[in-house]
Design a protein around this ligand. Sequence first.
Ligand SMILES: Cc1cc2nc3c(=O)[nH]c(=O)nc-3n(C[C@H](O)[C@H](O)[C@H](O)COP(=O)(O)OP(=O)(O)OC[C@H]3O[C@@H](n4cnc5c(N)ncnc54)[C@H](O)[C@@H]3O)c2cc1C
Ligand SMILES: O=C(O)[C@@H]1CCCC=N1
Length: 388
Amino acid sequence: MSAAEDFDCVVVGAGVQGSFTAHQLAQKNQRTLLLDQFVLPHTRGSSHGQTRIIRKAYEQDFYTHMMEECYALWAQLERETGVKLYRQTGLLVMGPEKSQNYQLLKTTLERNKVPLVLLTRDNFSQHIPNFTLAEGDGALVDITAGILYADRTLRTVQAQFQKLGGIIRDKEKVMDIKPGPVVTVSTSAGVYRAKRLVITAGPWTNRLLSHTDLQLPLEVVKINVCYWKEKVPGTYSVKRRFPCFVLTEGEETNEHIYGLPSDEYPGLVKICYHNGVKTDPDQRDKQTDRSDINLLQKYVARCVPGLIPEPAVVESCMYTMTPDRHFVLDCHPKYSNIVIGAGFSGHGFKFGPIVGKLLCELSLGEVPSYDLSPFRIRRFQTKTKSAL
Ligand SMILES: Cc1cc2nc3c(=O)[nH]c(=O)nc-3n(C[C@H](O)[C@H](O)[C@H](O)COP(=O)(O)OP(=O)(O)OC[C@H]3O[C@@H](n4cnc5c(N)ncnc54)[C@H](O)[C@@H]3O)c2cc1C
Ligand SMILES: O=C(O)[C@@H]1CCCC=N1
């Protein structure tokens, strides 16, 4: 049997969060190994696909504050690599004018002086043609919001990591973790020893954590990623400056519905429901529930009249939800050299650069740049497995 290889840090999971974390660690001269169970790139986790929304419109100040720096980090990565990762489109936010969710989004934006346009019922269709604003709904546009190119981001960050000497090994599934002052990580292909371990395993996080006597209250759900065909090509296209949008709640549901202008697949608009049905991440394709699609069809027919109200393409993705929908960014409660980034609850992509920075800080024992109390494990009353 060959001897274990030594690293300063091993990062498990090369989705958006693990890739940005590994890049940060390599920037800090840490000899870093980034592992993924699948051949990269792959479409079986949460970070694949071409687009994601970036926005400052949040209900909580702490996310809006983090996004200030995060926009700058996205721009810095674009500058350093010459790759376009962000396109400004604005985000149309709609919801019952008097509802708590809509009011929280609006007041957070106003309080933080984020550039926005408040729309009225009278000028709505002039700004947002071919779209219906429901009776009683308010509408505003978060001007700086837009699209992030997701697959392109992963390729770019991983290449930057490798340029700094970082090592990526794909098709290597982590099978066992032995915690200790030096962590031993056994994969399907080798054994590694590292001073520090970062677990960014998306929907598989609890599988990995079971080797460390910890389970988090995470629920993995399958998302049907629906694309809807324009009746007249170009009606809702990014080129015609149609914005991304989010409806906080509506006639069909109390959950968010969100969409992105036609861009990656010409003539197709991406509109999804911000929740799904529980799945085992290894059995994702066996989860065939379509209740979200039925609900979206009603919404599209009612509010987006320029689309055929039946999805033309349905792809699959997964969210890893926490009970409060805030992330987990913390050290393992028993092993301070194991750091966990998980539970991104369907809204973590835009934070990739800042999550990478924070997980790197935690891993190196530095003071985190932000107050991490909303993201700490202790908010869950979690017990280690041995104490259950
Ligand atoms: C349909 C959809 C739309 C979204 N829209 C937005 C949006 O508009 N804006 C936004 O900000 N966010 C959005 N998100 C959320 C965002 O994409 C996720 O929060 C983010 O991708 C999570 O990344 P991750 O790195 O934690 O997980 P993942 O991308 O799943 O990465 C985890 C990786 O770990 C690997 N792994 C797991 N177990 C092992 C093991 N044992 N050994 C080795 N490797 C392992 C997996 O193979 C995987 O590659 C969306 C998500 C989905 C699904
Ligand atoms: O994070 C995002 O911006 C998207 C859209 C709103 C719901 C979740 N994901």
